[in-house]
Design a binder for this molecule. Sequence first.
Ligand code: UD1
Ligand code: CA
Length: 489
Amino acid sequence: MSDNIDARLAVIVLAAGQGTRMRSSLPKVLHRIGGRSLVGHVLETARALSPERTVVVVRHERDLVAEAIAEAAPDTIVVDQDDIPGTGRAVEMALADLADYEGDVLVLSGDVPLLETGTLQELLRAHRERRAAATVLSATVDDATGYGRVIRDDAGGVARIVEHKDADEAEIAVSEINAGVYVFQASPLREQIARVGTANAQGEKYLTDVVRLLREAQLTVAAASAPDAAAALGVNDRVQLSEAARILNARTVRRWQLEGATILDPATTWIDVTATLAPDVTVLPGTQILRATTVAAGAVIGPDTSLVDCEVGEGATVRRSDATLAVIGAGATVGPFAYLRPGTQLGADGKIGTFVETKNAVIGEGSKVPHLSYVGDATLGRGVNLGAGAITANYDDLAKHRTEIGDEVHAGSHNVFVAPVRIGDGAKTGAGAVIRKDVPAGALALSVAPQRNVEGWVEKNRPGTAAADAAAAARSAQEADNGAQEEDR
Ligand code: UD1
Ligand code: CA
């Protein structure tokens, strides 16, 4: 039961702003770091606190934002902000949806993505311990530009928060900032938010004004300082976006290192929060491991490799390659310079080699496509070897067709498989063959006419060229040689 009011928790996430400073057609809170939207990170952190209700306030591009929220956290209540601007108005609209609620209200900013659950738990603990009407998460930073400053009274208590644009010189010099994250008791918040006006530099209803009003009503406002000031970073522009991405990535890399992955160069390795690495994976510089990619033990990824939604098996190697929605079997090797498109499934101990592109291609155990090939809409059995330059001609201008290659097929160099076509188990194909008809199991398929040499063609048809001169020189040397042999007899 939630009779214990102190233990009750509702969360409000502010996500209605346009994010003008991003200069983007995409709403700010939908910009992504570490493979997840800014607001997605905030919702994920909030979820770990198990609040009884989570309300997100939207307005700018509301459908896009609401859709992203429904995907990230389906239990979330979405509330629309009206045309009165400001964080205070956003909270006021959310409270209308929490009319019957008594207890703590944690307010989070949709553009402050790096705070960790532990920091919020500590904020709540401090708030409940002091029985404060409000507790502000603050941070002391080197550059406070753009942030609201926490102004203390003579006794060291929190007196008010002043926005950068409204601050005088002395206030600007304050390095303690408002992280944009607060806990309030619902009732006093509800009472004071109604009294907030818009007489300020931005003509907005500031949530931060509630702090001053609570103090004027003789209530306690506390501040809890974030243990890691960098985690309080608010994303207002693209510079801060990349900064936040870097901090988050450093955290993710460190986490996998502590779990047993060797990551040589954290600065050039990017790992989404949704990817997983097993122990004894090695990641070489310049590598991106993105989305739902999983990498099994002992695999070596990189250098200069991108994996998006891939599954890499134990002990596999992927060098200087790009892969999306591909499954790479245990012990398989990929690259250097391979391009694996969606639907590629490389079997255990298989190989997709240099300058090879694959798409919708199921390549069996131990099968190899080593060099300069395109394999699309194809199934290869076990132990297949395609020679250099193999091409599946899968598209006839109207539709895509499959190439089906059986087990232990060995294809010569520079083959074209004109789909739909089937090659039976154990068959072989000659160099340069264009395979337009099915090949029965065990057959040798040849499609190239026998070679014919037209003697003297170059000297006759290309006189005066370097090739003709070389041919003439070769002919006289041969004739001299023949003459000498004649004399020897
Ligand atoms: C806000 C705080 C500032 C704090 C900083 C921390 C106010 C008035 N100022 O400033 O003290 O230091 O965050 O990062 O609160 N939003 C709405 N509706 C609106 C306006 C904004 O939902 O009408 C949302 C935005 O989508 C955003 C968040 O509130 O997620 C913060 O808004 P933003 O305009 O970025 O505020 P700051 O100027 O950064
Ligand atoms: Ca902000």
